[in-house]
Design a protein around this ligand. Structure first.
Ligand code: GTP
Length: 596
């Protein structure tokens, strides 16, 4: 296909503004999906995606569109909407010349609209502003067209109005794509260079890699090379998705399609990497490649210790399709054998955990998530700490923690509430802009640790659900952090150790100690529960002793009753874990670790 008739674009939108629905409608109008095959959210393939209604993995679809007697080839690249996956968004944008900026006509611009718009502008994309859901009674297209025009510097009349649901305005939108998005440019005679913007594992076909050809071409049976690793593979299949895969002879300049090489692990075909041909390799990798870097770590332990091998296998399988997932074995005295798992963010953690539980039937305990700290000890040695147990003992010279630039968009009446919340999370205000008379963008610099946990929930509840949030890592800062340990009868319970800001250490200690006091049954001796920073005790509770001789309850000789009681006690024991000399029921760990 000649580059002149190719249009590569993506749809960028805040979560739930209707990207998938609009994509579905385009598939239908261009005729690539027959109405009878249409199911809602055709492109969201993973079950879990459909269940949660979010797009995790981007997909690329080729569609024909005719205008003025010319047939154009559109490649629509679907991008994930959540901030945890922003690196994938950025790679998807890099594969396009244009973007549809989609905004819900009843909601207006939200934080991710802005974040994605800024990304699109960094990639120099042509931007087509679109208001969606104009069929909604609550839609205010005039008002938001004004807002959108103001934001990107166009006239309100240039803002398209569509409904992905009814299809209204979508044909006009397809025409605008031809007119306003420039065709791809590239050197057809240069050595081949194609950028990987997605890579998914398929049980039958192995890894399917989605690429955008920048220069040259790739052909069936050709030997290709991954430029970041030098690994070579043979192209067993090359083709385009329409949206079902269709093999072709090859892909040329500006084309978007998929490659299959038979590799079984997405880490061999990483998002952002450049594919070239082995015979005539290119010199320069396409810019912007980054290794996926986990931001949040948590310990995952099977409730039933004998499930450990199943958990290992399940994680290995998930990793085939998730280059950002990373794990290593971890042993906890309290929880037994498990894994320390690194995630891109909390949503990534939740999704992974849910998949492990649903698809592999595992019951899991996860420890409180934490971010990565750089801890320098007195000797000047710096440790990367992803687990409280790695926190160096003794004097600490410096601790650095990751920080982010956070953007919150809210109706002006909530400015005070947002500032109060951000301040309480050690935020530093960076600026504030009015998007319109009643909506503001508030910018804060905040520690990542303060934002990844329940910040978003708090923000939502303090703003009646109106606030939207986006954030982006910007580096590290020095922080006054300590490790708080929880001790049962003088023995450290590793699963409950946490790294917190010095100001929150006391409340963490008190909360854990009092939770455990209620959760751990009385033993035959008194059990002190202590919270400590190093050797300094900061909180203490006591579980009083009882004489727990169940048989004393049976008078005389009812032997069957006695046996029953003994059996019951044995069963109870099975679910107990020993911490030093203290028996702790499994449920106590689960309850204490679940956030409240
Ligand atoms: P993510 O993939 O999670 O980012 O969501 P999305 O942006 O793809 O949104 P999706 O298409 O899943 O739509 C979100 C909700 O809005 C769904 O309940 C849709 O049915 C609804 N919706 C989408 N488009 C329209 C529209 O044009 N009109 C109306 N009334 N509802 C719509």
């Amino acid at each position: 296909t000649s580059p002149d008739v190719i249009r590569n674009f993506c749809i960028i939108a805040h979560i739930d503004h209707g990207k998938s629905t609009l994509a579905d409608r385009m598939l239908q109008l261009t005729g690539v999906v027959q109405p009878r095959d249409m199911k809602a959210q055709y492109l969201d393939r993973m079950d879990i995606e459909r269940e949660r209604g979010i797009t995790i993995k981007s997909q690329a679809v080729r569609m024909p569109w005719e205008l003025d007697d010319t047939t154009y080839a559109f490649h629509m690249i679907d991008t994930p909407g959540h901030v945890d996956f922003s690196y994938e968004v950025s790679r998807s944008l890099a594969a396009c010349e244009g973007a549809l900026l989609l905004v819900d006509a009843a909601q207006g611009i939200e934080a991710q609209t802005l974040a994605n718009l800024y990304l699109a502008m960094e990639h120099d994309l042509a931007i087509i502003p679109v208001l969606n859901k104009i069929d909604l009674p609550a839609a205010m297209p005039d008002k938001y067209a004004e807002e959108l025009a103001h934001l990107i510097g166009c006239e309100p009349e240039d803002v398209l109005r569509v409904s992905g649901k009814t299809g209204e305005g979508v044909e006009a939108l397809l025409d605008r794509i031809v007119q306003e998005i420039p065709p791809p440019e590239g050197d057809a005679d240069a050595p081949a260079r194609a950028m990987i913007f997605d890579s998914v594992y398929d049980t039958y076909r192995g890894v399917v890699t989605f690429v955008r050809v920048v220069d040259g071409s790739l052909g069936h049976r050709e030997k290709i090379q991954m430029m970041s690793t030098g690994a070579t593979h043979e192209l067993l299949e090359i083709g385009v998705s329409q949206p079902e895969p269709e093999a072709t002879k090859g892909l040329g300049v500006g084309e978007v399609g998929y490659l299959i090489t038979g590799v079984k692990d997405v880490r061999q075909s990483r998002v952002g990497d450049t594919v070239t041909s082995q015979n005539r390799p290119a010199d320069e990798i396409i810019g912007g490649y980054e290794d996926p870097r986990p931001m949040v770590f948590s310990g995952l332990f099977p409730i039933d210790g004998s499930d450990f091998p199943v958990l290992r296998e399940a994680l290995e399988k998930l990793q085939l399709n998730d280059a950002a997932l990373n794990f290593e074995p971890e042993t906890s005295t309290a929880l037994g054998f498990g894994f320390r798992v690194g995630f891109l963010g909390l949503l990534h953690l939740e999704i992974t955990r849910e998949r492990l539980e649903q698809e592999y039937n595992l019951e899991l305990i996860s420890t409180a998530p934490n971010v990565v700290y750089q801890v320098t000890d007195e000797a000047g040695e710096t440790h990367e700490v992803t687990n409280p147990s790695e926190f160096p003992e003794g004097k600490i010279a410096e601790i650095r923690e990751p920080v982010v630039d956070a953007t919150v968009i809210v109706p002006a009446e909530f400015i005070g509430a947002v500032m109060e919340l951000c301040q309480s999370r050690r935020g530093q205000m960076e600026g504030m802009d009015y998007l319109s008379e009643e909506r503001v963008e508030i910018r804060y610099k905040m520690p990542l640790a303060e934002i990844v946990f329940d910040f978003f929930d708090q923000l939502k509840s303090k703003t009646k659900g109106y606030a939207s949030l986006n954030w982006q890592g910007t580096g590290e800062q020095e922080a006054d952090l300590v490790k708080v340990d929880i001790l049962l009868q003088g023995d450290k319970v590793d699963a409950f150790s946490a790294i917190t800001h010095r100001d929150h250490a006391y409340s963490y200690g008190v909360k854990m100690a009092s939770k455990l006091k209620d959760l751990i049954p009385r033993q035959q001796f008194e059990v002190p529960i202590q919270a400590a920073i190093g050797s300094r005790i900061i909180a203490r509770e006591n579980i009083r002793a009882i004489r727990k001789d169940v048989l004393s309850k049976c008078y005389g000789g009812d032997i069957s009753r006695k046996r029953k009681l003994l059996e019951k006690q044995k069963e109870g024991k099975k679910r107990m874990k020993m911490v030093g000399t203290v028996e702790v029921p499994q449920e106590a760990f689960i309850a204490a670790l679940s956030s409240d």
